[in-house]
Design a protein around this ligand. Structure first.
Ligand SMILES: C[S@@+](CC[C@H](N)C(=O)[O-])C[C@H]1O[C@@H](n2cnc3c(N)ncnc32)[C@H](O)[C@@H]1O
Length: 228
């Protein structure tokens, strides 16, 4: 079981899902991120990538409810970093959900579309969370090449680790926490679609990237970083 990545779609990507259900499940996904301490590795990466820099133009690909960008806005404010934070998401309903959850005054803008259309826009950092496993192998290699070419200070992939214990345990956690049934189902699918540490070197080699670091982060996250 889980020897190979599961190739399937997730319920949340169904364009027919009513907007109120989509908003509710993004809210619960943000709760999953908080409970599983998912912001920590991304913020630790930013600490490394931003050493000696005080201006940050950042792209978050697949921002969902925008919770990572709100964390980054607070991180930057505490450090006196002048931040311009842009999120892009393919799903047109994400921008509404994220906008509604974002207090006025944060330096965040949400766009609808494909990250691949945002080249040549002077990014310092490009990152994503829970997005790599949504891509096919070919799409992920193109995404890695895009980040390597476009991110001046570095890039970061925060994703899940395809691990049997997480696969078995997540439905229990989701039931206890009373998360949305789609989050419960998609969480398990996401774990089965995600990568193992030993699969990343071949992906990086195919994308012709040297110097990236693959890191397991508790609990069951697998992160890949490149700092210049
Ligand atoms: C599971 S959600 C992750 C949301 C959020 N980052 C989080 O951690 O909760 C994955 C998101 O990636 C978006 N996505 C997938 N491929 C994309 C692409 N090529 N460009 C922009 N967004 C993309 C999807 O629309 C979806 O909203």
């Amino acid at each position: 079981m889980l020897e190979q990545r599961l190739i399937t779609e997730e319920l949340m990507d169904d364009p027919a899902l009513p907007a109120d259900q989509y908003h509710a499940l993004l809210g619960d996904l943000a709760r999953v991120n908080r409970v599983t301490m998912a912001y920590r590795p991304t913020l630790a990466f930013l600490d490394r990538a931003m050493q000696g820099r005080d201006i940050l133009r950042l792209l978050d690909v697949g921002f969902g409810q925008g919770d990572m960008l709100r964390q980054i806005a607070r991180w930057a404010e505490k450090r006196g970093i002048r931040a311009e934070l842009v999120g892009v998401d393919l799903n047109p309903r994400s921008a509404d959900a994220a906008g509604a959850a974002t207090p006025a005054g944060l330096p965040i803008s949400y766009r609808t579309g494909d990250y691949a259309d945002l080249h040549g826009q002077g990014w310092d950092v490009i990152l994503s969370s829970l997005v790599a496993h949504h891509m096919s192998h070919e799409e992920l290699v193109l995404f890695l090449r895009f980040m390597e070419a476009e991110a001046r200070a570095g890039w970061f992939v925060n994703d899940l680790h395809r691990h049997g214990f997480a696969f078995m345990g997540f439905p229990l956690l989701a039931t206890l926490a009373r998360w949305h049934p789609i989050v419960r189902a998609d969480g398990r699918t996401s774990i089965a679609r995600s990568y193992r540490p030993g699969e990343w070197p071949a992906l990086l080699a195919e994308a012709e990237i040297d110097g990236a670091e693959v890191q397991r982060v508790f609990p069951f996250r697998l992160c890949v970083s490149r700092v210049r």
